[in-house]
Design a protein around this ligand. Structure first.
Ligand code: 5GP
Length: 115
């Protein structure tokens, strides 16, 4: 098993503000939020980055997206809107090499993609 900081959070070896979990994934607040709401959705299966995702693992990403959308509805900001982001490798600034989806919300987020 890989041993990133997110694996330690999943094993409850380090604390995190967990907002949702099930048998497939865990979701917790980002330690350095980039928006009023910044939650990370992390699959339990080991996948370092998007580059390591197999076609047979499409459901892994599907579950992250569905869980994020459900969280947005539950928390009441789905209609206002939100953004989901998956960073892959250096140019996108990926720092933790366990696949994860960022959910950002709670204020107008502006445009994105500018270096
Ligand atoms: P990445 O840059 O890899 O797409 O995203 C990694 C995210 O993990 C960053 O937004 C960073 O703030 C967050 N992060 C790093 N270490 C921790 C931690 O120990 N706890 C929590 N909750 N988030 C973390």
């Amino acid at each position: 098993m890989s041993d990133t900081i997110f694996h330690k959070i999943m094993r409850r070896e380090i604390p995190a503000d967990v907002v949702y979990e099930d048998e497939h994934l865990i979701a917790f607040r980002d330690i350095a939020p980039q928006a009023p709401v910044h939650v990370l959705f992390v699959p339990r299966v080991d996948i370092a980055s998007m580059n390591d995702l197999q076609a047979s693992q499409a459901e892994v990403v599907g579950r992250l997206v569905v869980a994020a959308a459900a969280y947005a509805k539950r928390e009441g900001f789905a209609e206002d809107g939100y953004r989901v982001v998956i960073n892959c490798n250096e140019d996108a600034g990926q720092t933790v090499f366990q696949l994860h989806l960022h959910l950002l919300a709670g204020a107008p987020l502006g445009r994105f993609g500018t270096p």
